[in-house]
Design a protein around this ligand. Structure first.
Ligand SMILES: [Zn+2]
Length: 171
């Protein structure tokens, strides 16, 4: 699986989404999320300048983010996702994905932002309304720590989250 097997198309969830051009098996690597590495403070500056509309930083480690390139930025969130982040930036199929199916991951599994740094800058922790239409939709996309104990346990037990989240939240 590589990025040639992915395509950006209009999504029923939100704006554009990323779709599989061929079937992907459970556990298969979908892609490595690409973009410019930056810290939270650097991300806030980018947002404040408002130069980069649609910028969508992916948390990959403590105070480390990727300012994603368009393809990766276009992957939508779902509360019932079919992919997850592994290690730092490897996107892996959580279950079998069929040809033409939209690829999604749970943004909350990558969100453990430092509230102090954000509030010092005068910004607020990022949340957004969810329109994923899954039966278990949480209606809002928020930090990992705001997820119910059951949902957290599901991601942690199965290791469906990047290392920095597993390290911090696993017992
Ligand atoms: Zn949802």
């Amino acid at each position: 699986m590589a990025q040639e097997n992915l395509e950006i198309r209009k999504s029923g969830i939100s704006g554009n989404g990323v779709f599989a051009k061929k079937a992907i098996r459970t556990g298969e690597t979908i892609c490595f999320m690409q973009g410019k590495l930056c810290t939270l403070s650097e991300m806030i500056v980018v947002f404040d300048d408002d130069k980069k509309e649609g910028s969508d930083p992916l948390g990959i480690d403590d105070d480390m983010y990727i300012d994603l390139e368009e393809l990766y930025r276009s992957i939508n969130h779902s509360c019932d996702s079919n992919a997850f982040l592994k290690g730092k930036n490897e996107l892996v199929a959580l279950r079998d994905i069929t040809e033409h199916e939209e690829i999604t991951y749970d943004y909350s599994t990558t969100m453990d932002d430092n509230k102090e740094v954000i509030e010092e800058s005068g910004a607020e922790l990022w949340t957004v309304e969810c329109n994923c239409k899954s039966r278990n939709c949480r209606r809002i996309i928020d930090q990992f720590k705001t997820l119910s104990k059951e949902v957290q346990a599901f991601y942690l037990k199965n290791k469906f989250a990047p290392d920095f989240i597993l390290r911090k939240f696993s017992q």
